[in-house]
Design a protein. Structure first.
Length: 333
């Protein structure tokens, strides 16, 4: 059976992508193999074989399948959100040399394609200049060379240059998926902007709603952004495994349905706040920002992608997953 190898399966996005892939791909004739740096049996519940692999250790790749590897989904990366002690070198090691090792594995096992993830920060300045702009997937890079995201973007852009080389030299197809914020429930409710542990604003809002406390809305209530649930992201990735129309492409991961701050707050209240004592919304002046609008036209046309998770379904899934906390063991809690 043809195999799909998922690197980064133990991450926040990767764990849910692996769950989705385990339900979608076997019906299409593919076996899913998950990998990550930490050993775990959490994927046994989905019938997925897990192999402990550190991308920086070339010997670890010998533990992976060496035959019938059709595709690699590369989600493993060092990212700013979880860097509690800034080091530009870590980006270079993981996102460039780690990617190189994965590409070498793809070459040796004669994989057909690699699916590569990056964030929207390579084109983020377009949205900073015009928050209403819908971002075309083929925009040239335009990002801030200062700040804690710069070396991340540089490392990812360098990795993309390697993808182009491996296509030209070895015929390895590549498909790039540009992520805005991907929404999925996690036990760990924090991130590290500029290296400082901080509760994610979304979880602050959810926790306030649960306690019937007012939700704070800063800036323009009509400011809108794309809110992508992890299962729609996974749908796009899995459908690309089946796509045979091109040998490379860039896809924006999104919904094409802008969600306003007002709609987001109201959905949180509807899902999490007690019905007999719902939270209210407090409006505060300030600058809106922090989101992106994604053009997903080519993903719909090429892959047959159709988002199914609106903002209410997104938060309903948060509530549902919190009951099981199926990936708690992966979050260091």
């Amino acid at each position: 059976m043809k195999k799909v190898i998922i690197f980064g399966a133990t991450g926040n996005v990767g764990s849910y992508v692996t769950k989705y892939a385990s339900e979608f791909l076997p019906e299409k004739g593919f076996e899913v193999v998950a990998t990550g740096r930490r050993n775990t049996d959490v994927f046994d519940q989905f019938g997925v074989n897990f192999v402990q692999v550190d991308m920086m250790n070339k010997a670890d790749f010998e533990k992976l399948p060496q035959e019938e590897v059709y595709a690699v989904i590369l989600l493993a990366a060092t990212i700013p959100s979880y860097m509690d002690d800034y080091s530009g070198e870590k980006y270079l090691q993981t996102n460039i040399m780690g990617t190189y090792n994965v590409l070498e594995y793809c070459r040796k096992v004669k994989a057909d394609r690699v699916l590569f993830s990056q964030t929207v920060f390579d084109i983020s300045l377009y949205s900073l200049e015009d928050p209403t702009r819908v971002l075309d997937p083929h925009l040239p890079p335009y990002f801030d060379y200062s700040g804690d995201h710069a070396m991340y973007v540089i490392s990812k852009n360098t990795a993309i240059e390697m993808l182009k080389h491996y296509l030209k030299e070895y015929g390895l197809k590549y498909f790039i998926f540009r992520f805005p914020t991907i929404y999925e429930y996690s036990t760990f409710q924090y991130y590290y902007p500029n290296g400082v542990k901080t509760m994610r604003p979304l979880y602050k809002q959810i926790n306030r709603a649960k306690n019937s406390e007012p939700l704070e809305l800063w800036g323009d209530p009509n400011y809108a952004k794309d809110m992508v649930h992890v299962y729609d992201c996974a749908q796009m990735l899995c459908k690309c495994i089946l796509f045979n129309g091109k040998d490379h492409e860039i896809y924006n991961v999104g919904t094409g349905i802008p969600v306003t701050l007002q709609e987001q707050c109201q959905a949180i209240i509807d899902v999490f706040s007690p019905k007999d004592n719902p939270s209210t919304i407090e409006y505060h002046p300030g600058k809106s920002g922090g989101g992106f609008l994604m053009d997903i036209t080519n993903a719909k046309e090429d892959l047959g992608y159709e988002p199914v998770m609106d903002v209410h379904k997104l938060f309903e899934d948060y509530k549902y997953e919190a009951q099981f906390d199926r990936f708690k063991s992966l979050r260091g809690i």
